[in-house]
Design a protein around this ligand. Sequence first.
Ligand SMILES: [Zn+2]
Length: 233
Amino acid sequence: MFERMLKKVLDANKLLWKYGLVTYTWGNVSEIDRLTDYIAIKPSGVQYDHLSWDDIVVVDMDGNLISGKLGPSIDIQAHVEIYKAFPDVGGVVHTHSPWATAWAQSGRPIPCYGTTQADCFFGEIPCTRKMREDELGKDYEKNIGKIIAETFKDRDPMAMPSVLVNGHGTFSWGVNAKDAVHNAIVLETSAALALRTEMVNHGVMAPLDDIMQTKCYYRKHRKHGHEEQVMSE
Ligand SMILES: [Zn+2]
């Protein structure tokens, strides 16, 4: 009964592999059906080249298995927390993609140095705070999701559809699984460009002018009903 949803989530997971965002099984994509709050996600520990649509697992918001013969990705609780915190999100991606993860491991947000990033992300891509010792227990994955929500308490998650998890990797999201993967790919490209920009410059430099960042973002997103505003406001 979930065949269409499972095939969409399979295709999105295969895109991660195609674009080089995952090594071994270190990454996963999910999509939620907001009518039932059922979430389809990659199973735990299955290699991408062996993955078929009927391996995809369906769980509810409490992580209970609804459909599937395998266990869900161990990151499922982080996905659940993102869906709970951001009601407009329909798909979530987690990766350890190498360029973006280099920034995550440095604990640094990615400055917006050019239009590649500004077209997709409104401002610098944030990095979460370090996790406390008491957050590393059995609710570790759930706490990752909670810290992401905390990082976005004064941000619009639909205007900033990615985050770096301090010392760990990345999460991206979108209106569906495919859109979330698109944002994860732009994140990885932006991370590579930003790091190379600092190499060329021998260090940190000034970000793209606010007016240019605002121009780029709203040129791509005006059709979604956003009003133009000045970024520094
Ligand atoms: Zn991870």
